[in-house]
Design a protein around this ligand. Sequence first.
Ligand SMILES: Cc1cc2nc3c(=O)[nH]c(=O)nc-3n(C[C@H](O)[C@H](O)[C@H](O)COP(=O)(O)OP(=O)(O)OC[C@H]3O[C@@H](n4cnc5c(N)ncnc54)[C@H](O)[C@@H]3O)c2cc1C
Length: 307
Amino acid sequence: MKIAIIGSGMSGLACANRLSKAGLTPTVFDKGRGIGGRMATRRADGGFQFDHGAQIIPSETEGFRALLEEAKAAGHVADWDSGDGKPHVVGTPGMTALTKYLAHGLDLHQQTEVTSVTQTNAGWELTADQPLGIFDHVVCTAPVPQTNKLVGPALSDPLDRVVYAPSLTLMVALKRPLDAPATQTNPTDALAWIAHDSAKPGRSTENCWVAQASADWSATHLELSKDEIATRMLDLFLTHHRLDATDVAYATAHRWRYALVTEPLGQPYVKSHDGTLYAGGDWCLGPRIEHAWQSGTAIADDILRSA
Ligand SMILES: Cc1cc2nc3c(=O)[nH]c(=O)nc-3n(C[C@H](O)[C@H](O)[C@H](O)COP(=O)(O)OP(=O)(O)OC[C@H]3O[C@@H](n4cnc5c(N)ncnc54)[C@H](O)[C@@H]3O)c2cc1C
């Protein structure tokens, strides 16, 4: 059975990993350079490293906890005592590590943006800048606007009720240590989350920090240029910590247009009437990595049931 999976984020890789363990050989396509989607780690000149997407890996379900334990034993995630009194789990040496662990041995094609998915008599034909082949099953795990564009009309349910909040993220490396808590949650401030990225286990950096703007601030400033976003967020960060520009070794910003799901679909996946095309992702169940894993895993189980 030929299966194509669009997206090498947590949902696509959870799906591919489970299918592969069952003896199938799915092909994964992603438009990004690196795998992991929003579980992203940015490396910059100067030896700096930042988790500029997901920060920590909360877990509530037994299945996902089992995966984290397995990945922990293999050294791809670790506990992080950030001093805020809550136990955290993070990827190590970066947040992409958990997705890299799931991706091991899979047939992955990065920098391949799927531009069309067309049903033919022979199966689903996928195209990027060249034909990618014909597949019996297709699983699309892109965020809803992109999924809608690619496969929306072929799905049995509309996805329009899914809503996302954007997130603007600042990555800043300081020239010297900063005496501040390793995690700061300030829900009513413009910088709603600040983390000392270098304080996470397994990092080789020292003074790298990540700050995420609140949903309101992000929505208001979403269309500014990335340089302008970086300038404004850096200003907030420096003021908050009583620092000035001479303390900064490096700063940049990232715009996540579809960052956190605020209104999920409420079911683990959607498929076409004939059951050969699936769409899933965190947006099915909620805003977290675990929701993406649940969706991808549920799709794989459904494919295996029908095989
Ligand atoms: C700033 C930020 C902070 C977050 N913090 C946390 C946190 O601390 N804890 C937590 O649990 N969750 C957090 N999240 C949410 C978490 O990152 C997501 O829930 C999860 O990573 C989503 O995984 P996914 O596979 O569903 O989607 P994604 O990770 O978005 O993966 C989808 C993939 O599809 C690819 N794609 C899209 N269109 C195409 C196409 N046409 N062709 C090929 N590939 C395509 C994309 O490149 C992407 O790699 C955060 C998210 C953000 C943005």
